[in-house]
Design a protein around this ligand. Structure first.
Ligand code: NAD
Length: 377
């Protein structure tokens, strides 16, 4: 059974902070919990889960999207699993109190600078994409997005009154050599272990900050002679992603470009509800360096209806097993089980076609558990 914290220093004992957040975040977290519980009961892993508040629900309770206490608690865990934050209820709040600020604060405070966003097309879903099957079948690309700098964090920022009628909104896009160097290294190391091909996406023709980005990435590439580096402007990259996505393997890019390109890549896979992610920082003693979350948001339009797809969240758990707990076999197991369920024709509404069997969020979580029970470990 998954209970509260277990501070014992034991092999394979992991303390996870679960932050369901808002909207469908709560629904998909219930399903992820079933999977964590299954692994805790049926494998060598012992998983302790402690729930914490983040986002709008934390604003309602504590008048802050992320309290210092919560930040302290989660920073002592082995990994964080987050649902999603935000919703119309909190949209008119002062910027500093908005739910999304809680999420950005976790990324920044824990220095989770490398965001891995895989876009993998499960065979059974090749037809669910709005693109032709032959364009996306067997697609397996990885977008590595810089997560703690760039325009989402740059100063100065704000909205100022410039005369009686006009205001001016402004943000700052800035990168230092060190910030680019460390994400580029992650990109090259990852590419080295895959197809040895990396594409760096920037807008170096008009933005000086990304001119520096290109310069530094090129410099880092000298340490990786076996990895083929290409550069692409972001406007072209967005076009190429839908024209011929299989030309890419690993993409490394800035915070905002990665945000936009990965949503675009999600539609290649059939639904935003299928895309997991991992945000990783440098490993230091006594500080959590990994957060796992679906790429999608809190989907207020479908919250509470029992129709959200929990697979992005469940696949985020799989990424946690691979990256944080060094259990690639459990990553493979979850992916195998999801593949089987999709091949058997079971679908939540977002990926359901006429010939498929429509099931609810809860049914999908139960099916994953059922299929895990059918696997020999
Ligand atoms: P969204 O990702 O929540 O939803 C976009 C569309 O995809 C919606 O039609 C939604 O129903 C659908 N969708 C998303 N996830 C789904 C799932 N698992 N199953 C089925 N359908 C799914 O993006 P949005 O509508 O632009 O934003 C809604 C709220 O979420 C906003 O407050 C936004 O700020 C927030 N947001 C949070 C995160 C995060 O927590 N990481 C990310 C993006 C947006």
């Amino acid at each position: 059974m998954i209970v509260g914290w277990n501070q014992e220093e034991m092999n394979n004992v992991f303390n996870i902070s679960l932050l369901p957040g808002d909207g469908i975040g709560k629904e998909i977290s219930v399903e992820a919990l079933k999977i964590l519980e299954w692994f805790s009961e049926n494998t060598d892993l012992k998983i302790n889960v402690k729930e914490e508040l983040v986002g709008g629900i934390s604003v309602d309770e504590y008048d802050s999207p992320l309290t210092n206490d919560t930040l302290k608690n989660i920073s002592h865990s082995d990994a964080i699993l987050l649902g999603a934050v935000g919703g119309p209820k909190w949209e008119s709040l002062d910027f500093k109190k908005r739910p999304e600020r809680g999420l950005l604060k976790i990324r920044k405070e824990l220095d989770l600078f490398a965001n891995f966003r895989p876009a993998i097309v499960f065979d059974a879903l090749a037809e669910s994409s709005t693109l032709k099957t032959e364009i996306i079948k067997n697609l397996d690309i990885l977008i590595i997005r810089e997560l703690t700098s760039g325009i989402y964090f740059g100063e100065p920022r704000g909205i100022e009154q410039i005369d009686e009628e006009n205001k001016r909104g402004f943000n700052t896009l800035a990168y230092t050599t060190e910030e680019v160097k460390r994400i580029a290294k992650v990109g090259f190391e990852t590419a080295k272990a895959r197809s040895k091909k990396i594409c760096s996406v920037d807008k170096a023709n008009v933005l000086e900050s990304t001119e520096l980005w290109r310069e530094v990435v090129t410099e880092v590439s000298k340490d990786y002679p076996d990895v083929e580096l290409s550069h692409m402007y972001v406007d072209n990259a967005s076009m190429q992603l839908v024209r011929n996505p299989k030309q890419f393997d690993v993409i490394v890019t800035t915070n905002m470009f990665g945000d936009i390109l990965s949503d675009c890549a999600s539609m290649l896979t059939g639904s935003l509800g299928m895309l997991p992610s991992a945000s990783i920082g440098t490993k230091t003693e006594n500080k959590c360096n990994a957060m796992y979350e679906p790429v999608h948001g809190s989907a207020p339009d479908i919250a509470g209806k029992g129709i959200a797809n929990p697979l992005a969240m469940i696949l985020s758990v799989a990424m946690m097993f691979k990256y944080s707990f060094l259990k690639p076999e459990y990553f493979d197991l979850i992916n195998k089980v999801v593949n089987k369920i999709l091949n058997d024709g079971y679908r939540t509404k977002d990926i359901c076609m006429e010939k498929n069997k429509l099931i609810s969020t809860q049914d999908m979580g139960d099916l994953v558990v059922e299929e895990l029970n059918n696997e020999k470990i």
